[in-house]
Ligand binder design. Structure first.
Ligand SMILES: *Cc1c(COP(=O)(O)O)cnc(C)c1O
Length: 668
């Protein structure tokens, strides 16, 4: 009888197994995790009995630094560790910037922001629910980019160099696939990573495509180096073709029997073209039933459009003709990948209810087939240890949130339980103490009101809104109580407008350096998933101020409510569905259903910042009525807000979201 290891190798043909990986993969264990679960998942995906799903996405944020972290006998090499971050602040005792030391494994650097994190959370919940699914993406050999602050003059992007060959849990396969383009042939090495369920019984294989191999020319090798490289259209089209066409070829190469194809955002559109290019009539209409397309943005930069000429130069005739037939916009010579998918996929969803009506007004001709499935976050990834302990302590009332987060709404039954209110506050203070310890050099204190804005620096998200009127901010800090503000986020290197926000913010922060006692502002370099978790769980208030209606969903606020962090937000994305739930303050411009979409660059900074300051002032006052000089008022309304937040996470989680995909899109 074959050993388990032999069976594993027969299913997963690891490149250089003996030399490199046999130390970490044996009869029982795969980098410390059960090999059995992997073998079972690999077998299942090759059997035609299951309706398996292929999930295709440009990016995945898997939180590998703190969730289901694989162990390697070789440890973690220098290139795969993060050892310091810089911080820019208005604390000007010695210098502008300080390093602080932190030693952690780099999160698998194949994501840029919320879209990738959502894809990662989707895989984890699909694993938790035992759904037969295989995921395909790209091995970004240089990640997205590393953000460096340069003195006080903004962001300088730097190439990120990590080492996939020594990243725990990531293995190269012997399998290489080929894609023929009009001129070039691209060879892609397949890699594997495994996304385990919370109980480690189920696994989702994630296959990553890599063009950096010797079979390819230098130019082709560089195609999979940097996520969202925007140097030229050839690169963009090639990256999208590698993902889409590569995904279909990968499934054939590995013998996975797939019945549904889920395209996470239009980047993956070429997967449909690859399957459809030689079909017509009935075959084509059958294929359309198998494709699911999730559209993630109402912002125009989120929809890929290229000229017919660019496509024609690159793609062979069958692929090009298909695109030209189904993706061409009227009269402008452009091919639009969003349009291609809208007109072909039978199942399409937007990512919140509000996003659905925005999508309907952008694409009225497809109104009837666009439904909505609101995003969610993976509870086991984003729940902090201190709040987790609290849930366990009260599991008699709450029930088993690990099995189904729906039970979290039972927390409302504890609203009048004095002991619970006290325990909740104490749990939160423990989180905040952790934050204070990490940022002790900047005198961040656990008894001072702390608000955070952290996400991608995109214009419509209005990163600098809270700094719009420094004098007003200062007067709040002096009159209502001391303030700590934490800001973090990367701007896409080609987005010069977003880059200027960082410059402006640094300027403002610099000008406030004499006010450090009342108003501490720190700006954290190189925001990543590790800090995403730290900040969403350890501050008092989570700030979210996109310009409505341009935030499709947003997910960072969902991570915060799970941890009882009060919301200060505009009414957009997921928040619209929790409008009257009393989770904090909702402020600013309201976009009502039926209103014109408006312009992404009409940012309403003045009006909305005034509203922001009014709301902030109320929250600061309430905070210091709740907690002052170590005295806690357990009857305070603040604690009601925290409880309401946690209760809402019964809905805004990826367990509920994946179940909806399963019922409405994958099985239907
Ligand atoms: C959750 C998350 C995001 C998404 O934030 P939004 O507020 O939804 O835009 C971006 N980056 C990281 C690292 C995250 O963890």
């Amino acid at each position: 009888m074959a050993s388990k290891l032999e069976e594993f190798i027969s299913l997963v043909d690891v490149h250089e197994f003996g030399e490199k990986y046999s130390k970490n993969i044996d009869n029982e264990r795969y980098f410390g995790f059960p090999l059995d679960s992997i073998i079972e998942a690999e077998r299942k995906l090759r059997s035609a009995e299951n309706k398996s799903i292929a999930y295709i996405s440009m990016e995945y944020g898997l939180a590998t630094s703190f969730y289901n972290t694989f162990k390697s006998s070789d440890g973690v090499g220098e290139k795969n560790r993060v050892i310091n971050h810089q911080i820019f602040s208005n604390m000007r005792i010695e210098d502008y910037l300080f390093d602080f030391q932190i030693d952690k494994i780099l999160d698998l650097p194949i994501y840029s922001g919320g879209l990738g994190v959502l894809a990662g959370d989707t895989l984890k919940s699909a694993a938790d629910l035992g759904i037969p699914l295989v995921a395909i993406g790209i091995l970004w050999e240089k990640g997205y980019f590393k953000q460096n602050f340069w003195f006080k003059y903004g962001q300088v992007p730097e190439e990120m160099n990590w080492d996939p060959h020594n990243y725990p849990g990531l293995i190269p396969l012997k399998n290489i696939i080929k894609i023929k383009f009009k001129k070039d042939t691209v060879h892609l090495r397949l890699w594997k990573y495994y996304v385990f369920s919370h109980d480690k019984k189920n696994v989702i294989p994630l296959i990553l495509l890599d063009s950096n191999i010797e079979e390819n020319s230098e130019e082709i090798k560089r195609l999979t180096d940097q996520l969202y490289k925007s140097s030229d259209n050839w690169t963009k089209i090639m990256q999208r073709s590698i993902l889409g066409i590569g995904a279909i070829k990968t499934l054939d190469e590995l013998g996975y029997k797939v019945d549904r194809y889920h395209l996470n955002e239009g980047h993956a559109a070429m997967a449909f073209v690859e399957k459809a290019k030689e079909l017509d009539g009935k075959q084509l209409s059958n294929l359309r039933k198998k494709f699911i397309y999730t559209c993630h943005t109402p912002v125009s930069a989120g929809h890929d459009r290229f000229t017919t000429k660019d496509f024609e130069k690159i793609l062979p005739t069958p692929e090009f003709s298909f695109l030209d037939k189904f993706g061409r916009e009227d009269g402008n010579g452009l091919i639009n990948l969003t349009l291609l998918l809208l007109s072909n996929c039978e199942k399409i969803n937007s990512v919140s209810k509000k996003h659905r009506y925005v999508t309907h007004s952008q694409f009225p001709q497809f109104k009837d087939k666009i439904t909505s499935i609101t995003n969610g976050v993976h509870i086991h990834t984003w729940l902090s240890d201190n709040i987790l302990e609290l849930f366990d302590k009260y599991n008699n009332t709450l029930g088993d949130y690990r099995k189904d987060p729906l039970v979290l709404k039972n927390i409302l039954a504890l609203k009048n339980d004095e002991k619970f209110r006290k325990d909740l506050w104490i749990a939160h203070q423990k989180n905040k103490k952790r934050l204070a310890d990490i940022f002790s050099h900047w005198h961040i204190k656990e008894n001072i009101f702390t608000v955070c804005w952290a996400k991608r620096m995109a214009q419509y998200k209005r990163p600098s809104l809270i700094l719009h009127d420094p004098q007003r901010l200062l007067s709040i800090a002096k009159n209502a109580g001391q303030l700590q503000i934490i800001i973090a986020g990367k701007a896409h290197p080609a987005d010069s407008l977003a880059g200027t926000y960082i410059d402006d913010m640094m300027n403002t922060i610099d000008e406030l350096s004499s006010e450090f006692k009342n108003l501490r502002i720190i700006m954290l370099e190189n925001y990543d998933i590790f800090f995403g978790k730290l900040l969403t769980s350890c501050v008092d208030v989570w700030l979210n101020n996109p310009l409505p209606p341009f935030e499709a969903s947003g997910t960072s606020g969902m991570k915060a409510i799970l941890n009882g962090v009060v919301q200060l937000t505009t009414l957009d994305g997921w928040v619209v569905e929790a409008n009257n739930k009393q989770m904090g303050e909702i402020f600013g411009y309201h976009h009502n259903q039926g209103d014109p979409i408006g312009s992404e660059s009409d940012l309403r900074l003045k009006e909305d910042s005034e509203k922001l300051y009014d709301s902030l002032e109320r929250l600061v006052s309430l905070y210091y009525q709740t907690y002052n000089d170590g005295n806690i008022n357990f009857n305070s309304q603040w604690i009601d807000l925290m409880i309401n937040c946690i209760a809402e996470s019964h809905y805004f989680n990826s367990h509920r979201m994946v179940k909806e995909y399963q019922e409405k899109m994958w099985q239907a």
